[in-house]
Design a protein. Sequence first.
Length: 326
Amino acid sequence: MIRIEAIIDDNPYIISAFCGNITKEDDIKSLGVKLSFDYLNNKVLDHNTVWIDLSLGNTIMMYDDDALLFQGTIQKASRNGLSSYQYDVFDNAWYLNKQEARIQFNNVDVKQAIETLCKQENIPCNVACDIPTKVTKIYNGDTISNIIDDLLKMATDETGKRYRREYNEGKLYINAFDNLKMIWDSEPLVSDFSQEFTCDGLANKVVILSGNEKNTTVVATKQDDESIKKYGLYVHYEKVDDKKKAQADQIATTKLKAMSNPKKSISCTLWGDNYVRSGRILKFNQPNISMVGEYLVTNCTHNYDMGKHTMDVQLILNDEVNVNDE
């Protein structure tokens, strides 16, 4: 059973009975989760009910029985009529998108770099996998989320391994995508199904450049002749620091593998599962709708309505994911 609580002046108030249109949404390009809900406050007309006023900055908790699903603060409020209110609530990752930091790394691996950054900024974190890529770089005034994204991109460019960063229960959590798989073993899960095929983001020739803005040098080139023959030539240029020239060939290979084919995206509705969010990999075996294999969730919106839990998801075939899409 879904339960919504508001914390006001350190006191918890259960407000579930007055909430409707409850959705919980996250996107793979954003660090954080947004909870939205309509709220009935009819204190002007109904003096016999104890109504709880909500305001910006109030803490909102969402539970499924005793399991905490979400905790955040109200960042946006609107009103429609005498008694109907709408609230958008964001978890603490919202601050990581705003807070800036200054830090220097000298030949440390990415895992250590992220842990050092989080310790400096007093951010609880759990980097649950090794990320051995070495980094030497200065960040001066970048947001914390952008620094983390840049560090993980370096690791992905060098090794081809992808990583997910998300905010869970007050802690920044980072893990490899391959460790976040989920197996769907029931056939009638998919409804409201649609597919889209696009060449947007396709690149069948990758050129890696090194150097400064005035003097660049091509240090690696990879191309897929079959893809060029079929779709025409699409060139992607990638610039790396001089210190990364030794990895240029691997970076080009990784980029080409991810970008050399058109992308198929899927939108569908599934029965709700609170484990699922963007960044999860779901495995399907439903050939009747051409959904066979592992799919990356790029956007997930959970809908909670009168005890019914569904989720609208956008999916990309995992083998065809372009790291630039993340």
